[in-house]
Design a protein around this ligand. Structure first.
Ligand SMILES: Cc1cc2nc3c(=O)[nH]c(=O)nc-3n(C[C@H](O)[C@H](O)[C@H](O)COP(=O)(O)OP(=O)(O)OC[C@H]3O[C@@H](n4cnc5c(N)ncnc54)[C@H](O)[C@@H]3O)c2cc1C
Length: 370
């Protein structure tokens, strides 16, 4: 555990808390309640050259040893909700479950990951996480209109805009989405919302690949080790016709599979056309549990422990087919996590330096160990 300079702990005494997030070691845990608190924390850390690790629900951070863990629970809640404009601004500590509770009342959704409702908006945006409805709605990143963040030098900046088409110049909210806290700490996010119907069907089918081609606008087509499922929503008569056409068994509502993703998460990304072949590869490698998204090209593996030879073999297969594999587990090296550094590593290094000149924002978290 990192021991911090006394001047730093004294400067942050008013935001320090005793509760350490489960599974995480930390020299100091702080809990900001405003973006200004957050800016002061980051400035103090940068002045002392001490790293800060933002922590949402901490699902990807088990085993982490943080110098300063910045828990985001104090940054939870709705900041501005405009249901008629289909936008909502929330603090990053808001959990997905709490956000759904607010939006459900007006039949709206930000279409974020469907399972594990304890995860936070900040964690989801920082990892650019999408849910199973990506086939029907596109990735989460497409619904992020604006991000307010504190840079690594402690300045509060707002990137993007709350109108759906309002960005001039570089779209910095896209840059921050998926940056894993390496450019700064996000304080709040504005999402574009979608009206969603409760008329839904989960349909069990024999062949997911064929169902993807034959179904009109499915929300998701998933395949797991247990079978294949098509997710439909909308007009009941049209859905019933589709269910008959698919010759599947339908139940009302959406029932989502859940692969245990903590503390080990392994995801293969391949071109959608290579998904069926990738599933065969995963089965042949002896992986017992998986969820594959047809039409998207993502396969999440359900493994309990990190197995280097399995990861190397599946990564090599994915890369040969134009894809990638990302592994997250406590104690992995950057190469084990991401594979070889990307060609753009030098541009990324300069970009990180621009936002985080002292190199204190989640150092080492990006591909290439940036
Ligand atoms: C690379 C990666 C991709 C993933 N993709 C998906 C996916 O597509 N679909 C899916 O369902 N799950 C995905 N996951 C799983 C992931 O656990 C969750 O989607 C989500 O990040 C968990 O939320 P959390 O609150 O537990 O985040 P945490 O585990 O607390 O944090 C996740 C990461 O984000 C950083 N972070 C947290 N809050 C902030 C903030 N306010 N500002 C800046 N950085 C912050 C953390 O330091 C950490 O690096 C992914 C995980 C990783 C590591």
């Amino acid at each position: 555990m990192t021991t911090l300079p006394d001047t730093l702990t004294a400067a942050l005494a008013d935001v320090a808390v005793d509760t350490v997030p489960p599974g995480i070691e930390a020299g100091l845990v702080v809990e900001p309640h405003t973006a200004e608190d957050l800016a002061r924390i980051v400035r103090a850390a940068a002045d002392h050259g001490v790293a800060v690790t933002p922590v949402g629900s901490g699902s990807t951070l088990r085993g982490a040893d943080a110098a300063i863990a910045v828990v985001t629970g104090g940054l939870a809640g709705v900041i501005d909700y405009q249901p008629d404009d289909l936008t909502i601004v929330v603090g990053v500590g808001t959990t997905l479950g709490a956000l759904d509770d607010v939006l459900d009342e007006r039949g709206l959704s930000a279409i974020l990951p469907e399972t594990s409702p304890d995860r936070t908006v900040g964690g989801v945006v920082a990892t650019s996480s999408s849910g199973y409805r990506r086939l029907g709605y596109g990735p989460t990143r497409d619904r992020i209109l604006e991000v307010t963040m504190v840079t690594g030098y402690g300045e509060i900046v707002r990137a993007g805009g709350r109108l759906v088409k309002n960005v001039t110049g570089y779209d910095l909210s896209r840059l921050v989405t998926g940056s894993l806290g390496s450019l700064g700490i996000i304080a709040s996010v504005c999402f574009k919302l979608w009206p969603v119907t409760q008329q839904r069907r989960t349909v069990t089918v024999d062949d997911a690949g064929a169902a993807l081609v034959e179904t009109f606008r499915p929300v998701a087509v998933l395949e797991t080790e247990a079978g294949s499922t098509v997710y439909l929503q909308g007009d009941p008569t049209t859905m019933d016709e589709q269910v008959r056409h698919l010759r599947g068994d339908a139940v009302e509502g959406f029932t989502w599979p859940d692969v245990p993703a903590s503390p080990v998460r392994i995801v293969m990304n391949v071109p959608p056309r290579s998904l069926t072949a990738a599933i065969s590869e995963v089965r042949a490698a002896g992986v017992g549990r998986f969820v594959a998204q047809h039409g998207v090209g993502v396969i999440e593996l359900g493994v309990d422990a990190f197995d280097e030879s399995l990861v190397d073999a599946l990564r090599s297969w994915a890369e040969t087919h134009g894809g990638s594999l990302i592994a997250s587990a406590p104690g992995l090296t950057s190469a084990q996590r991401w594979g070889a550094p990307p060609d753009t590593i030098e541009i990324q290094r300069r970009m990180k330096h621009l936002f985080d000149p002292a190199g204190i924002c989640n150092p080492g978290v990006l591909p290439g160990g940036l």
